[in-house]
Design a protein around this ligand. Structure first.
Ligand code: GTP
Ligand code: MG
Length: 336
């Protein structure tokens, strides 16, 4: 894509052309040479979209919940973007094919954009691409962006944290709350849904989750950035909602809860906190990638290997080696 091409792409994406949106996401995902230019153009006036992370164990009903949420938001004429991220899959498609079929009801709606993303197994690949894709959707004027991730490990926690509001989807079953607590999942949610509320034990699971959340240490109040006069606005108590996503039950309550959380985020200053944290992670990933790139470039790799041998021989410690290398890489850069 030429420079003029990217400008056109960004313009038509802002005008709501979904194909341009898709093209831009592909470019940032592939680490295109134009990424700086594109990101620069996209950054102006960004930060409007409400980013909702949705996570939970395989099969709990995340995609069904997303689909129901899309319908609710579309009734309010909000434009919705969805990034279905599978941290466990090196392939795009495959595991996520079901999602697309499930969300097909919205496939022809010009106010809805759905995209599956998979990690390619390279370090930071997914972590780097998700905020970029988010930025595209935000700049394209989507009011809400949902990031759906399968809860299979630490990665989904990371991705969920790129969101403004995190929804943890659970389903009824013995020991669920305990499992969730062990997985650290009861620490990341702003809103919890016990989906499949049409099943046995649903009420028991709801009680269990409420109980576990009540026992968890209260979150530290958001630092006072905007000095809100209403002290009560500082803290957010996670909500727990029973849903039957397949039938739409509990979805209005979920939408309401997300609205309330969004308002709290702004009032408390926590929105800026979370977004700064997200940006910090993004910058850090770029710094590491930049250093690695410089290391690989023009014989630098040899310097690392030499030092590694010294460390292996016990003549140098790894911290000093790292310090030297960083100093060398940054010094060399400032001379060029
Ligand atoms: N009984 C019942 N079934 C539901 C409910 N919500 C979803 N399901 C069913 O549960 C199955 C899994 O739903 P999905 O929405 O694909 O779940 P998911 O969490 O996105 O699954 P993965 O993306 O594979 O992790 C589907 O067969 C849904 O129809 C519900 O509230 N009640
Ligand atoms: Mg799914």
């Amino acid at each position: 894509v030429t420079a003029a091409g990217t400008t056109d792409l960004v313009r038509s994406a802002r005008d709501g052309d979904l194909r341009s949106v898709a093209r831009l996401i592909s470019l940032v995902e592939d680490g295109s040479a134009q990424i700086r230019e594109i990101t620069g153009q996209l950054s102006a006036g960004s930060g409007r979209a409400h980013v909702v992370g949705l996570t939970g164990a395989p099969g709990v009903g995340k995609s069904t919940t997303t689909t129901a949420l899309i319908s609710a938001w579309r009734e309010r004429e909000l434009r919705v973007g969805v990034l279905a991220v599978d941290p466990s899959s090196p392939f795009s498609g495959g595991a996520l094919l079901g999602d697309r079929i499930r969300m097909q009801a919205h496939a022809t709606d010009p106010g809805v954009f759905i995209r599956s993303m998979a990690s390619r197994g390279q370090l930071g690949g997914l972590a780097a691409a998700t905020p970029q894709a988010l930025r595209v959707l935000d700049a394209a004027g989507f009011d809400v962006v949902v990031i759906e991730t399968v809860g299979v490990g630490q990665s989904e926690v990371e991705i969920a944290r790129t969101a403004d509001s995190v929804v943890v989807v659970l389903a009824p079953g013995m020991g669920d709350a305990v499992q969730a607590a062990k997985a650290g999942i009861l620490e990341i949610g702003d809103v919890y849904t016990v989906n499949k509320f049409d099943r046995d034990n649903a009420r028991a699971t709801l009680r269990e989750i409420r109980h576990m959340l009540a026992m968890a240490p209260a979150p530290a109040p958001a630092p006072d950035l905007t000095a809100p006069t209403d002290q009560a606005a500082w803290r957010w108590t996670p909500t727990v909602i029973g849903t039957v996503a397949s039938g739409g039950e509990g979805i209005p309550e979920l939408v309401e809860s997300l609205d309330a959380h969004r308002s709290w985020l702004t009032a408390s200053g926590e929105l800026l906190q979370r977004r700064s944290r997200r940006a910090a992670g993004e910058i850090e990933a770029l710094v590491v990638a930049g250093l690695r790139h410089r290391l690989e470039a023009a014989g630098r790799r040899g310097t690392l290997d030499d030092r590694a041998r010294e460390v292996a021989r016990g003549r140098l410690d790894p911290y000093t080696a790292a310090d030297q290398l960083i100093a060398e890489l940054t010094h060399n850069q400032s001379q060029t």
